[in-house]
Design a binder for this molecule. Structure first.
Ligand code: ASP
Length: 329
């Protein structure tokens, strides 16, 4: 068995593909588990340590008898409404034209899914995504169409650009260099999953996307199977980081499918990151973090770079854990 904790620096694609080839689920005897993972339900879990309030809000819904779907929506709304979280919702960093454009998606145990992308002026895109899921024949609405639908559904329009985000944007304009930074403030995109007392799973993901992206750019976060995916038979996964890498590898779907084939959540997350490493040039210059759970409430996490962490509320106990990562300098 390979030492899966040992990895890599520079020229890693070959090593990564060798690792992938050797990880045949059939002859894998020793399972790799996250040392912080244990079985236990109900559970809510989210990308980034500062999202403890979000997992607690989600668990609060569950303990009040609400569904996992209600839980992930409530959890996602916490950073969306927080102006100090500059990567999600209100207060998010704008694109290079100074516009805050939001992406979000939501999915339940019955494979219902809804999503909005490139939407402006609405504080809680996750709630609009849920309405898309529940009230339209579609999965995804974008831009003006998403905003029009939100208006029709009674959502209030507000200016999402806060003074702080505007100030930073004006500073950025001096160089106008687009260089995605890893782990900005350690509370980028929230991807959140929950399993409720009926043992049903749901997931949600919401973000203002990469700071200073091109106007019109859509990331992984509103794409079912990229930024988030849940399957009630198996579990689910969420992603954070540079969305382009996640989209190209269908990250969350890949991880969920690997768990279906028998991988632990930890093994599946590691494999998701190694797939990026094997396939995509310059991956070591970008951060991507994956988080997964199975239906027993076990979890896993893995990232390209150091610095990814996550929050969990399992049976009422809230904790933050650091994720393992691939590129050891
Ligand atoms: N995944 C998000 C995007 O690419 C950004 C992030 O997680 O910070 O839009």
């Amino acid at each position: 068995m390979l030492n899966r904790r040992k990895f890599i620096k520079g020229g890693t694609a070959l090593a990564a593909s060798a690792t992938i080839l050797s990880c045949n689920t059939e002859d894998q005897t020793e399972k790799v588990n996250n040392p912080n993972s244990k079985e236990g339900l109900p559970i809510s879990i989210a990308t980034w340590g500062p999202n403890t309030a979000a997992v607690d809000a989600a668990m609060n819904e569950i303990t009040n008898g609400k569904t996992a779907l209600d839980a992930v929506e409530a959890g996602a709304k916490v950073p969306e409404g927080d102006p100090n979280d500059m990567s999600v919702g209100y207060g998010g960093r704008p694109d290079r034209e100074g516009k805050v454009t939001l992406d979000a998606c939501i999915m339940d145990a019955e494979m219902n899914a809804g999503s909005v992308s490139f939407m402006q002026n609405i504080k809680h895109p996750i709630s609009v995504a849920r309405r898309v899921m529940e009230k339209t024949p579609h999965v995804m609405l974008a831009g003006e169409g998403a905003l029009k639908f939100a208006r029709e559904e009674g959502f209030e329009e507000i200016d999402l650009l806060t003074d702080q985000a505007k100030k930073e944007y004006e500073e950025w304009l001096k160089t106008s260099e687009y260089k995605p930074k890893a782990n900005i403030e350690r509370h980028d995109t929230i991807g959140i999953m929950a399993i409720d007392t009926s043992n049903k799973i749901a997931g949600a993901c919401t973000t203002s996307g990469m700071a200073y992206k091109m106007h019109g750019r859509v990331g992984d976060s509103p794409i079912i199977g990229a930024g988030m995916y849940v399957d009630d038979e198996v579990g689910g996964a969420v992603a954070t980081g540079v969305g382009e890498l996640v989209i190209k590898t269908c990250g969350s779907f890949l991880i969920t499918e690997l768990m279906r084939q028998g991988r632990t959540p930890q093994e599946a997350c590691e494999e998701g990151v190694k797939r990026i490493a094997a396939k995509l040039k310059d991956f070591e210059n970008y951060q991507v973090g994956f988080l997964a759970i199975n239906k027993k409430g076990e979890h896993g996490a893995f990232a390209i770079l150091k610095g990814f962490n996550y929050a969990i509320n399992q049976g009422g106990k809230t904790e933050v854990f650091e994720s393992e990562y691939l590129v050891k300098n």
